[in-house]
Write a protein that binds this ligand. Structure first.
Ligand SMILES: [Zn+2]
Ligand SMILES: [Zn+2]
Length: 187
């Protein structure tokens, strides 16, 4: 497949041919149809994330079509339109049992713990736990924004901030998460 690869932190990122990913027993490989660019990709490229090993393919905000399925996956089939949260949970640890998948003790993150979505294909682990179906009438570009920036902003504005009608919300820094916070607060 073709992918965006960097060989050193802060060094040039090049599009080149690399081996296709293979699905884990519990995972899938997704053909990437849309991917976001996030400040966290910049941190990874700068060498701030200890999970990354070189050479590396970034990208963790994605949507696409299931291409290949591991033998222990029950729910998903090739051709399914899907997206994922950027933290892929194991589904069985203590944090997952509490419903806190975002702090799973055995989490994987495409674009950090393994190669990500700046590529034609990306591997996603524990597919039955993590994949989310994308409706036919939602574009892949819209779906790709849900798993990182919108989920992060939703938790801040709705679950932590508990913003309600008639209140003002101030957003300091309108990048991906900030612009999502504006849209969620307005809604
Ligand atoms: Zn992100
Ligand atoms: Zn877990």
């Amino acid at each position: 497949m073709r992918a965006v690869v960097f060989d050193q932190y802060g060094g040039p990122a090049q599009v080149r041919d690399v081996p296709d990913p293979r699905p884990a027993d519990h995972g899938v490989v997704v053909r990437v149809k849309a991917t976001g660019l996030c400040r966290s990709d910049w941190h990874g490229w700068q060498g701030h994330d200890p999970d990354i090993t070189l050479p590396h393919v970034p990208g963790h905000e994605l949507a696409g079509v299931v291409e290949a399925v591991g033998p222990r996956v029950g729910t998903w089939r090739p051709g399914d339109r899907v997206t994922v949260p950027f933290v892929c949970a194991c589904g069985t640890c203590a944090s997952c049992a509490r419903g806190d998948h975002q702090v799973c003790e055995r989490q994987t993150q495409p674009g950090f713990t393994h190669w990500g979505s700046f590529a034609q294909y990306v591997a996603l682990d524990h597919a039955d736990v993590n994949l989310v179906a994308v409706p036919q009438d939602m574009s892949f570009a819209t779906a790709a924004s849900l798993g990182c920036r919108f989920a992060t902003a939703f938790r801040a504005v709705v679950q932590q901030g508990r913003a309600t009608a008639g209140e003002w919300v101030a957003v300091h820094g309108c990048g991906g998460v900030g612009l999502s916070a504006v849209m969620i607060a307005a809604a």
